[in-house]
Design a protein around this ligand. Structure first.
Ligand code: KG4
Ligand code: ZN
Length: 342
């Protein structure tokens, strides 16, 4: 008789910023449920995420999301293998809600607790596109991070480049504010960029430097100064052209430096992940650049619904941590500035 194998079922919890999300993941590769409760509407009128407001929303949502994720997956707590939770980087109050819920759930159901780095989660969202092949390079671009991470094997991260100031998503959001767009404005600028032209030729910071680091604050200042100085002279600007010029600068630098990093390291795959990986200009530009300059490298970009914050990605990263035996006890604390270099 054929032996039936019990599937590995991980309940994953993500609450590092302004999305409360809970997922059930089978064998690290199949999403049985991925509930995402966004609180973005509560933050929009403030032009950014208000940490105190975010924590309160997480408190209200977390148990509902856990119940919904289990119900949608048709999984009972008794069938679960482990509970995984994001413990950093992120907002300390927000992280603590997810961590407390995960600990309580793990204790109540006698389950192991798996701590997950949020950025590793973003990277492992690519696991739902294909099996990861090593060595690989990952460009992680979100609201708080812009980094190039080299991986020799599952769960091993070497940061080869990062932003010296603003993250790419942060630059999008700050520039969006100048254009009067609602927060977060990355998606809207992306859409505007497609009907505009790169007429302003903004700076491409650090493009010709011999490293894999980035800088976006000079671009942000150049944009803000152009608009403010112009407005004082009574000039009006075509917002689509401004968006296209800004996006061209961001994408040129991200693409060029990523390609160079992939040429400097022997990579089989290039992963692009994080909220800004939803950017159509970046997706199209990188696909073309990889096809032309890295014929032996496969580009993996998660689908749009897995680019923003979600717990399915945390579950995929947790599967690897569980295999490596990286578990936490109930003293697990939030690490708001957790980084790969620790
Ligand atoms: O990964 P994420 O959901 O949250 C963080 O961990 O930061 O990323 C959110 C960021 C925001 O800054 C948002 O403006 C940006 O991703 N974003 C985009 C696009 N969609 C979201 N940026 C550029 N183009 C987009 N299409
Ligand atoms: Zn994120």
């Amino acid at each position: 008789m054929k032996e039936s194998v019990t599937p590995e079922l991980i309940l994953a919890i993500e609450s590092s910023c302004d999305e409360t999300s809970v997922a059930v993941i089978k064998d690290g590769a199949e999403i049985l449920s991925n509930i995402v409760a966004s609180q973005i509407k509560s933050h929009q009128r403030f032009g950014g995420v208000v940490p105190e407001v975010a924590s309160r929303h997480h408190v209200e949502q977390i148990t509902l999301c856990i119940d919904d994720a289990l119900a949608e997956a048709e999984v009972t707590p008794a069938e679960l293998t482990a509970v995984a939770v994001t413990y950093g980087p992120g907002l300390v109050g927000s992280l603590l809600i997810g961590i407390s819920a995960a600990k309580a759930f793990a204790w109540a159901h006698s389950l192991p607790l798996i701590p997950v780095n949020h950025m590793a989660g973003h990277l492992y969202a690519a696991r739902y596109v294909a099996l990861l092949e090593f060595p690989l390079m990952a460009l992680l671009v979100s609201g708080g991070h812009t980094e190039l991470v080299y991986m020799k094997e599952d769960g091993s991260y070497e940061m080869v480049g990062e932003t010296r100031d603003d993250a790419a998503g942060e630059a999008y959001d700050k520039v969006g504010r100048v254009l009067g767009l609602t927060y977060p404005s990355g998606k809207e600028i992306d859409q505007l960029a497609h009907v505009g032209h790169d007429v302003y030729q903004f700076p491409r910071a650090m493009l010709h430097e011999d490293n894999f680091d980035f800088s976006f604050s000079g671009l942000k200042s150049a944009f803000i100064n152009l608009v403010h100085n112009g407005e004082q002279r009574g000039e009006t600007f075509d917002h689509a052209d401004l968006a296209a010029s800004f996006q061209a600068s961001v994408c040129d630098v991200l693409i060029e430096k990523t390609i160079r990093a992939c040429q400097a390291y022997p990579v089989k795959q290039l992963i692009v992940a994080g909220g800004v990986a939803a950017n159509q200009g970046l997706r199209t530009g990188l696909s073309a650049a990889v096809a032309e300059k890295l014929p032996d490298t496969t580009l993996l970009i998660p689908p749009l619904r897995l680019c923003g914050d979600n717990a399915a990605m945390i579950g995929a990263a947790a599967h690897i941590e569980l295999q490596k035996g990286h578990l936490a006890d109930f003293s697990l604390n939030a690490d708001p500035s957790l980084s790969f270099s620790e």
